[in-house]
Each structure stands twice: as C-alpha cells, then as structure tokens.
Design a protein around this ligand. Structure first.
Ligand code: HEM
Length: 357
C-alpha cells in the first residue's frame, strides 16, 4: 500500500494516500443506488478492495498499483450511519457565475494509480464488476503523465507537495477525531481548459499567473510574484506555519474533441485547508483578487470524500446504519484508535473560514 513510512504512533494504517507519483491514474466517481440490496453490495465490497488490489498488483510486481476509496457525506450516512467522520460534509461551492467551484453528485471515489495503465484498467474493471448494478457511474477520467510531470497547461505540477513524514502529518487524521484516525479527506474537481486562450498568452504572463517559471519550474521572486498568482493564493499561513495539502493532479483529454483537462485531487487531514484554497482561488484573497488560471479553466465537477483507514475500510463491511445508529461512543463501535501523537496541526481558525453552502 503506501510506500511512505508511517510514524510508529499511527496504529491505523492509512489507505495508499501518499504514494510516489505514477504515470497513470483512473478516477471514478459513482453514486450508490438507493435500495437496500445496493447498499449491502457496497458494504460487502469494502472488505474485498484490498484483496483485489493485491491480486491485480501481484501480476506486475514493479507496477506500483494502489487504490484509494472514499465516501461522500450522504453516502456515509446511508451506508454506515453514525458515528461519522467529524469533518465530512457535502462539497461546498465557492464563487459564482462563470467562476464557480461547482458541486456535483458523488457517493464513492476511486483513485487508482499505477506505473502502467493496464494495471489501473484491470483493477477498475474488477472493482466496478463487483459493484455491478449497485452503483451508477457519474464520471470516469483516465489521466496520464505529461512529459516531466507537466500539467495540461505546460507547467510542472506537484513540486511543492509535502513528502515523507510531512505528507503524513498533513493528510492523516489523528487525535482530533480518534474514531477515524488513519483516515483522510479528499477533494476532487475536474477542470476543462481553454487551451487556445491559454496558449495565446505570453510565457511571462502565464508565469505571473502560476507564480513560477515555466521551463525551469522555479518560484518567481517575491518582488515580481503577484498576490493573485496560483501559488500565492494556494499558500496558507496559519500562525506562521504553512498548512499544506497533498495533490496528485493528472492531465487528461481527447484532442479529437478539443477536450483538454486537469483532474485536481487534493488530500488533507481536514477539508478546511482545501476549502480555504478554493475560496482564495474562486472568490479571491482579498475578494476580487482571484486566480487568473480560472479565466482559462472551468471546474465541471466537485466532490468531497472521507477516506477511511485501511482497517476501517475493511471493517465497514460489517456496519449498517441500523446496527450502529444508537452508538454514542465511537471507540466501542470502531477498532480501538490510538491517534497520531502529533496533534499539533493547528487549523482551528481555518475551520472558522467563511463557508458557502
Ligand atoms: C486547473 C487546475 C489546476 C492546475 C492546472 C494547477 C496547477 C498547479 C501548478 C502548475 C502548480 C505549481 C507547481 C506545484 O507546486 O505543484 C500548482 C501549485 C499548487 N496548487 Fe494547483 N493547480 C490547479 C488547481 C488547484 C486547486 C483547485 C488547488 C487547491 C484547492 C490547488 C492547490 C495548489 C497548491 C497548494 C500548490 C502549491 C503552492 C505552493 O506551495 O507554492 N491547485 N498548481
């Protein structure tokens, strides 16, 4: 699963959230059909996911196959009932008019990564085959690595991602929600780009929009980097400490149809920092000082999901809203949770950030 060392204090192994960047990925968002049999199928499937990843992955040992599975807010209640992850809520929209971070339906997210697309494809086939008629697929995107990890817009993407222990600290739930320790929140958005408009800009103008140089991927000097640049608006400072998220965006598209896109995927320990970045990008910091990348990029989907720890994902097969609805003590109904020893990530004031529902 994850190839990042997990601190000894993390007793609940995360799903494969922080893995090496891979050349291929498949993103599937589906809704669960609203009948009891479909819900039962999805619950039972939770216990099968790890075994399917092992079976498919074993066929190409160096293939780096991994899978992350997350659940949306309404789906959590319908499938598993209480207790629920403290930070899980429906996707919050930001912005308005042409510049809108839109919310779209989604109960289940699959983020499948590997060094080669056949592994992703086979695992997606196996996972979706088990779900069969229990779900309705809303969106499926096959992403590819674009040269030296360049986004569709030609800039290297992912440079400022946290790595190693820092990535775990920023993405894995700990003492703040002990019943869900080892989990993560993940926010996805599918963007379509106006590549004709973007390519008509000079490289210098593009660099001021992103906040980095295009060829060498070096951050612009503070003296010339606009406060509206993408990298400025997505840099969060909390009491002098930077709060990061972990991204694994993938380019995708169909040139024959004039479709050029970026699938944004961001993992964090709480939805708050990702939502604050969206607010900064779409509304602006201060309002009006928005991300000009959005003049050439339109979000056409938006979903927020909770990614249970690996053991909890398996245990969810035994859950149902009726069996746990009366549970008040999460430690009784879930595997006992020793949280991350590091509860120092202070994002309290971000939680109070303006919310657009
Ligand atoms: C159109 C979709 C997007 C594209 C093409 C894109 C592309 C990029 C690029 C090229 C960079 C600079 C290199 C790097 O550090 O990765 C970057 C940085 C970053 N992006 Fe995005 N991005 C997109 C959407 C988003 C969204 C929706 C968020 C958050 C909600 C986000 C958060 C970040 C963060 C946190 C950084 C690092 C900033 C820093 O520390 O300097 N991005 N992005």
């Amino acid at each position: 699963m994850s190839d990042t060392p997990i601190p000894a204090a993390v007793t609940h192994e995360p799903q494969a959230v922080s893995v090496q960047v891979t050349p291929s990925a498949i993103f599937i968002v589906a809704t669960v059909n609203p009948d009891p049999a479909s819900r039962e199928t999805v619950r039972a499937w939770c216990a099968d996911i790890a075994a399917l990843v092992r079976s498919v992955g074993k066929r190409v040992p160096a293939g780096g196959l991994s899978c992350v599975c997350g659940f949306g807010s309404e789906a959590w209640d319908a499938l598993f009932g209480a207790p629920r992850p403290a930070g899980l809520h429906p996707f919050r929209e930001f912005g308005s008019g042409e510049r809108l971070a839109v919310a779209t339906p989604g109960d289940i997210l699959l983020h499948i990564r590997a060094n080669q697309m056949d592994l992703c494809f086979e695992l997606a086939t196996q996972l979706m085959g088990r779900l069969a008629t229990a779900v309705t697929t809303i969106d499926e995107v096959h992403g590819f690595r674009n040269f030296d990890q360049r986004a569709m817009i030609g800039f290297v993407d992912g440079t400022e991602n946290p790595t190693g222990h820092e990535a775990v600290t920023f993405t894995v739930v700990g003492a703040e929600d002990p019943g869900f320790a080892g989990g993560s929140y993940v926010l996805t958005q599918k963007y379509l780009h106006d590549m004709t408009g973007w390519n008509a800009l000079s490289v210098e103008t593009q660099e001021r929009i992103i906040g980095r140089t295009k060829l060498a991927d070096i951050e612009l000097d503070a003296a010339v980097k606009p406060s509206s640049s993408h990298s400025s608006l997505t840099t969060l400072d909390e009491n002098g400490e930077e709060v990061k998220i972990l991204r694994d965006n993938m380019p995708f598209g169909r040139p024959g149809f004039g479709e050029f896109g970026t699938y944004f995927i961001g993992y964090a320990r709480s939805p708050a920092p990702i939502e604050q970045m969206l607010e900064n990008m779409f509304v602006g910091r201060p309002p009006g000082n928005y991300d000009r990348l959005l003049d050439f990029s339109r979000a056409v989907t938006g979903g927020l999901f909770f990614v249970p720890s690996a053991p909890l994902l398996e245990a969810l097969a035994e859950r149902s809203p009726s069996t746990v609805a009366s549970a008040t003590d999460t430690s009784e109904s879930l595997p006992s949770a020793e949280a991350l020893s590091d509860g120092s990530l202070n994002i309290g004031s971000l939680k109070g950030a303006p919310q657009h529902e």
